[in-house]
Each structure stands twice: as C-alpha cells, then as structure tokens.
Design a protein around this ligand. Structure first.
Ligand SMILES: Cc1cc2nc3c(=O)[nH]c(=O)nc-3n(C[C@H](O)[C@H](O)[C@H](O)COP(=O)(O)OP(=O)(O)OC[C@H]3O[C@@H](n4cnc5c(N)ncnc54)[C@H](O)[C@@H]3O)c2cc1C
Length: 491
C-alpha cells in the first residue's frame, strides 16, 4: 500500500490525512506539537476555556463533504448551531448595529440605525452571492496552475463574468458607491480582513465574502471551535491514520526529483507521497533548503497577524454577544499603519469573542472568557513587552469608553499570543494568520500550487497555499491535494 506522510496536523493536514486514508492510502502524520490542530487549538487556564485561534465558523458544508468522503456524518461528531446574529458592531458615537442573519431583520436594523435603504443591502448581498457562485467557487475549487483547468467551459464562463470593476476598484471604493453611511461602509470593508487583507487596497472581488456570513450564515460548534479539530482527529484515528506528536520534520531529503524521506530529530521516515501542511515559505526555506525559492515566496505580501489577549474576567456583559467588534475611529489610518507603516495601530479595531455566552462550561460562574484580538502587522520585529503593555492600556480604555466596563480589576487570568508566538507555535511565516494577503488583484494566481513542479511526490495543503487561508479554504486545499495525489498515484 502506498504510504503518504503528512507534515503538520493543522486543519489542512488533518483533512488531507482523512481524505487520503479514505482513498485507501496508508497515512502517517508528523506533528511537532504535542497536540493536533495547529492554529485551531485551545487554552485551558484557571477554570477558563479559550479557543486559541479561529472563532468564526462559516460554510460547515466543507466539513460535511470531508466526513462524507469517509462515509461519516459530520453531525454525528459535532453539534452545530446556526447563529441569529453574526456580529455586533460598536461605534465610538454609541451606535450599535446587530448584524442579524435574517435578511429582513438586518435590513431593518441598518435602515433604523444607519439610515441605509434596505434595497442597498439586498442588492449588495445578491451580487456577493452571484460573485461567489459564478466566479469565486470556480477559482477556489480548481487547481489554477494546471493548463487543463483553463480549457474547461466552466472556467471560461467564470472568467467572462469578471467585471473590470471587481479588479480595478478596491473593496472600499466599491462599498463607497453602494452605501450612504460611512458606518455601513466600515462594516462591509471589514470583510476584507477575513483573509487578512486591506480593504483600501484589496480588489472588490473580495466583496463576495459577506455572502458566506450574511447569506449562508454564521455557525457555532457546541463545545467551541476546538470540537472541529477534535472531530477531525477522532475520524482520522478511527480510519487508521497514524499520528506522531512531538515529531518535528527538520529536513526533506530528495533524489532524482522525488522526496525520499523526512528527517526528524531521531528518525528517517520514508514514504511514497509527502504532503506539507507547514507554511510553504518554511517548507522551501528549512525543509528543502531552497533559499532562493523561499525568498520568491516571501516577496508576496503577508496577510495580517494578530495580538490576542485571552482574559478570564469576573464580569457578565449584557451588551455583548458571541462576536463583537469595537471599531476604530479612522479605519483607513488603521490599515495604513498595519500594511504601510507596519506598526500596531494606535486606535485598533478590537474584536471580542465570548464563547461562554453559548457554552457556560467555558467560564466559572459569574465570569466570562474574553478572547480579545487586534490586527497586527506580519513583520520580523518582535512585539515587545512594552508594546503589549501599551496595547493593553489602549484596549482597556476602549472597552471602558465603548461598553462602560472597567475590565482592569476584573481580569482573573491572562494569556497572550503575539505574531512571534503564532510563528513559533505553528511555523507560520511572520505569524500571518492567512498566508499571503489578497491585496493584489493577481494574488490568487501567485499563491503556491498544491503540488510541486519539481518534486513529483510533494504536495502542499493549508492556509499558505492555494486557495488560501481560513478554515473553509484550508479544507478545500485538502480536496485539491486528494485529486492531485490520486491522479498520479494508486493505492
Ligand atoms: C488568532 C487567529 C484567528 C483566526 N480566526 C479565524 C476565523 O475566525 N475563521 C477562520 O476560518 N480562520 C481563522 N483563522 C485562520 C485559520 O486558523 C487558519 O487559516 C487555519 O487554521 C490554518 O490551518 P493550516 O492547515 O494552514 O495549518 P496550521 O494551523 O498553520 O498548522 C500547521 C501545523 O503544522 C505543524 N508543523 C509546522 N511545521 C512542522 C514541521 N516541520 N514538522 C512537524 N509539524 C510541523 C504545526 O505545528 C501546526 O500544527 C485564524 C487564525 C488565528 C491564528
């Protein structure tokens, strides 16, 4: 039986392992950490549970398909709740907008709070759907590096739907023309951050993203996001995937255009097929010692990183929901600081996720688990203790101003994840959350393919390669790897 070695057990690695095993390959996963999941992991501290990375769950259909590929029902493993409200947006003048999933309710809310015509929202979301279904899906579901992809009728049709206005306007320029109120623009600009991009630079093509949340819906896996990792890990082990934790791959050894074995601290692990779920920059730079190739990859602009404060707080906040956004006053300046000056914004947008709103077991009585995140630039320089202290003060002040909550004295426990921590823990280059950014209109074509053009048996999955970062796309990368592997190798 042909043996596949998967390097890394992030979302992409786990999904690839399941898919290849379900096809009949022998599969071994080598993971440097002592736990699976990569960015999708958890923190248990002083009676509080925190999901460590992703908090927003969209498109559960990707999980349904993954489990179906192994003849299982995803919902036998995870209980999923559809949310009534995707986000709660707070502005400095006291305006609060509830982004209801129900279109009519959302339109009424935006009309009432922002004086926006309901028709503006309806047509915007309809266009987002057409954009996603007509173009987005095709670009995400096919290997773009293959010539035969471009000869298919579906692709030619999708290309004909690409209006120049989607390519040559930024997300913000597009939104400016669609809405009257700058707050509505800010709400819809924010969706560019769902893949770590800059709404003032990224092409209007990204205006398809709200379709995923506002039309298809936002979801919550009961027990927290960690249940997604746990369910994939459980399924993989049921299928017979072998996991080796605390096993860091140091080098991939090649011979005559093939990877022959993976070298770990103590072992040489041979295989027929190798799939790297490690960031593609590090795969070339460290595992293959291909410095020039890795520098080419590094030239692509990185998506944002983040600083996250995990605070267990002795507070019950009625004003807050599961997902809450405290917006910055000057959104454009915030992105200039992130992408141009490459510094922490002095007035950051603050995202607060509180899963104990839905899962009481995630915090002790009369307390809540606050995941408080701000965007940060992905860059070499370290976020220092002094930077963190300053940032914490800014965030606490903002929470006090926006929510009238004095959190300082209520923090019972604290854990902090910085860009350097994200890089060290998951080997994500410069701590980027989503690999390379989508600020350039050619970004989709410049992302690395899911297979190597030089090594016949080397494949790539996860957020640093096609089709990009975020849980849904990492799961799609596994579908593509399965297709490419099964084209070349038989069991
Ligand atoms: C704070 C934060 C918030 C986010 N929010 C969201 C969100 O709300 N919604 C969403 O969809 N996405 C979100 N994301 C992005 C999402 O988490 C990622 O896109 C996705 O989890 C990345 O999965 P991956 O397959 O690329 O693997 P990764 O999670 O990057 O994991 C890679 C794995 O490979 C292992 N590894 C690396 N090198 C080696 C080696 N040499 N040997 C052995 N093992 C190795 C690592 O230890 C790690 O386990 C967020 C990310 C973060 C950090």
């Amino acid at each position: 039986m042909a043996k596949a070695i998967v390097i890394g057990s992030g979302v992409g690695g786990l999904a690839t392992a399941i898919r290849l095993r379900a096809k009949g390959f022998q599969v071994e996963v080598l993971e440097k950490n002592e736990y699976p999941g990569g960015k999708l992991s958890e923190i248990q501290q002083d009676g509080f549970h925190f999901d460590k990375g992703p908090s927003l769950f969209t498109q559960p259909a990707n999980f349904e398909n993954l489990f179906a590929a192994a003849n299982r029902n995803f919902y036998d493993y995870v209980s999923v709740k559809k949310l009534d409200e995707a986000n709660r947006y707070f502005f400095s003048d006291g305006t609060v907008v509830h982004a209801y999933i129900n279109l009519q309710k959302f339109e009424e809310e935006v009309q009432h709070k922002l004086k926006e015509k309901p028709q503006a929202i309806t047509s915007y979301l309809q266009e987002a759907q057409q954009l996603y279904e007509g173009i987005g899906k095709i670009f995400l579901d096919y290997p773009l590096h293959r010539i035969k992809t471009w000869l298919q009728k579906k692709i030619i049709k999708a290309l004909s739907l690409v209006k120049l206005s989607y390519l040559f306007q930024s997300v913000h320029q597009y939104n400016e023309k669609r809405f009257l109120n700058s707050k509505t623009m800010q709400i819809f600009n924010r969706f560019a951050t769902y893949n770590g991009s800059n709404p003032y630079q990224a092409p209007a093509m990204l205006t398809m993203i709200p379709h995923l949340e506002q039309n298809e819906g936002a979801f919550y896996p009961q027990g927290g996001m960690i249940t997604l990792t746990q369910s994939m890990y459980k399924l993989a082990t049921e299928l017979g995937v072998l996991f080796k934790f605390n096993t860091e791959v140091k080098r991939l050894h090649t011979n005559k255009g093939r990877v022959v074995y993976a070298e770990t601290q103590n072992h040489k692990i041979e295989g027929d097929i190798f799939v790297s779920n490690m960031d593609v920059f590090y795969t070339y730079n460290q595992l293959l010692n291909r410095k020039y190739k890795s520098q080419q990859i590094a030239r692509l602009e990185r998506s944002t990183s983040a600083v996250i404060f995990y605070w267990g707080v002795k507070v019950t906040s009625d004003a807050l929901s599961l997902h809450n956004i405290l917006f910055s006053e000057d959104y454009k300046k915030e992105f200039e600081q992130l992408f141009v000056q490459k510094q922490l914004p002095d007035d950051p947008t603050v995202y607060i996720n509180i899963t104990s709103k839905l899962d009481k077991s995630h915090a002790p009585a009369d307390s809540e688990n606050w995941f408080v995140m701000v965007n940060a630039p992905a860059k070499q320089a370290t976020v220092t203790d002094e930077d963190l202290k300053k940032l914490k003060d800014i965030i606490l002040k903002k929470i006090k101003t926006f929510l009238s909550i004095d959190l300082q004295t209520s923090i019972q426990t604290e854990y902090i994840w910085t860009p350097q921590g994200i890089d060290a823990d998951t080997h994500s280059y410069l701590g980027s959350l989503y690999g390379s950014a989508s600020n350039d209109k050619m970004a989709a074509f410049m992302r690395h393919a899911n297979e190597s053009s030089e090594y016949k048996n080397l494949f790539f999955c996860g957020g640093s390669v096609h089709p990009g970062g975020g849980i849904p796309l990492c799961l799609k990368s596994a579908v593509l790897v399965e297709q490419l592997v099964t084209e070349k190798f038989s069991v």
